[in-house]
Design a binder for this molecule. Structure first.
Ligand code: MEV
Length: 363
């Protein structure tokens, strides 16, 4: 049978990092035009997962008597296997017969030597896997349901992840996001509730995914520090800081909510000056959070990246958990972009030539 090729874009956080981990708190993200591709081919005997471009080993999986996926304990493909498990559960609930297939993963979200840019490769592989299997079984799931399944798959692996990256990867474009109650979702999943009923539960009450207008006339630039960051480690450290009172978490959430709400409104109104202002405030909030938690959310390289942008008359901040990875820049027409890029080059900060991946059509 023919190979199904499904892809999902990477993403960058624009604002609301850390706060968005709390259900109901807003963030802004953009999808970018770098993609992760999952190719699915039907097989007999056993299925497999391969990643030819990387050092990861291939993995074989089979099915148990009930048609569920059985795979060896192997963490190379946690997200793929979790995505597979969740959508296969839904397939079984619908009374569709199980089949076997090979998945081949091709990531455009790493550099040539396999180092991650921090563009959300875990999210993209989860979304692309679910898309491929949805098409294979002709489940005809709508976009929101694909996102929901991707979130259920993700919280089995990374309970603290907000899922904002999944929303950006599923919907494309600029999006505003508020997370649902993932603790409740996890409890329902662990209790063995049908996936179809978990999809309808009250836990989604706070979920919001809105398409935002792109800034009217601002250039979008991304710099890569080359420093690999560990989101889980940073998110846990901020959580510990909040637990011992070093971090004023309530204050941070309040300030972040105000900043992101303003950004959201500025984008909607096409007010570029207010967009730049909100981005600068978002940078300051993350710097202050890092200082309280004793963490380099904005590392010296990220600071250099952002300072060069500010000097050039643009606005910039670390994107995502920080600690390395990327910084994003929004530049008005008046900004000295050449000067900024020269300063980056002099400090060995690599510009990633990526653009926003536009909103994907349909619901
Ligand atoms: C990391 O990319 C962004 C955080 O807000 C974590 C998350 O949203 O899952 C720090």
């Amino acid at each position: 049978s023919a190979t199904i090729v499904a892809r999902a874009p990477g993403k960058l956080f624009v604002a609301g990092e850390y706060a968005v981990v709390t259900p109901g708190e807003p963030a802004v993200l953009v999808a970018v035009d770098r993609f992760l591709t999952v190719s699915l081919t039907e097989t007999t005997g056993a299925g497999g997962i391969h990643s030819p471009e990387s050092a990861r080993p291939s993995l074989r999986w089979t099915r148990d008597a009930g048609g569920l996926v059985v795979a060896p304990e192997d963490h190379s493909y946690d997200y793929v296997l979790s995505a597979l498990t969740v959508i296969e559960r839904l397939r079984a609930e619908r009374g569709i017969a199980p089949r076997l297939y090979d998945l081949t993963i091709d990531s455009g979200l790493d550099d040539a030597s396999g180092r991650k840019f921090g563009l959300g490769s875990s999210a993209a592989v989860t979304v692309a896997t679910i898309r491929a299997i949805d098409r294979f079984y002709r489940l005809a799931l709508d976009r929101r349901t694909l996102y929901q399944l991707a979130l259920l798959a993700t919280i089995r692996i990374a309970p603290s992840a907000s899922g904002g990256d999944l929303a950006a990867s599923t919907f494309g474009g600029w999006i505003g996001y508020r997370s649902p109650d993932r603790e409740m979702l996890r409890r329902l999943l662990d209790a063995g509730d049908a996936v179809a009923s978990v999809l309808e539960s009250d836990a989604w009450e706070h979920l919001e995914i809105v398409r935002l207008r792109p800034p009217r006339d601002l250039g979008f630039f991304v710099g890569w520090t080359g420093e690999p960051a560990s989101t889980v480690r940073l998110v846990d450290a901020v959580g510990r800081g909040a637990a011992v009172g070093a971090v004023d978490h309530a204050g941070f959430l309040r300030d972040s909510r105000a900043c992101v709400t303003d950004l959201w409104a500025a984008l909607d109104a096409g007010d570029d000056a207010a967009t730049l202002d909100a981005l600068r405030r978002a940078r300051g909030l993350l710097q202050a959070l890092g200082a309280q938690a004793g963490l380099a959310i904005e590392t010296p390289r990220l600071a250099a990246l952002c300072d060069a942008a500010e000097t050039a008359g643009a606005a910039a901040k670390s994107s995502g958990a920080g600690g390395g990875d990327c910084g994003i820049v929004l530049a008005p027409a008046s900004a000295d972009v050449r000067g900024m890029l020269d300063a980056w080059e002099a400090q060995d900060i690599r510009r990633l030539t990526i653009a926003v991946h536009p909103p994907e059509g349909g619901d």
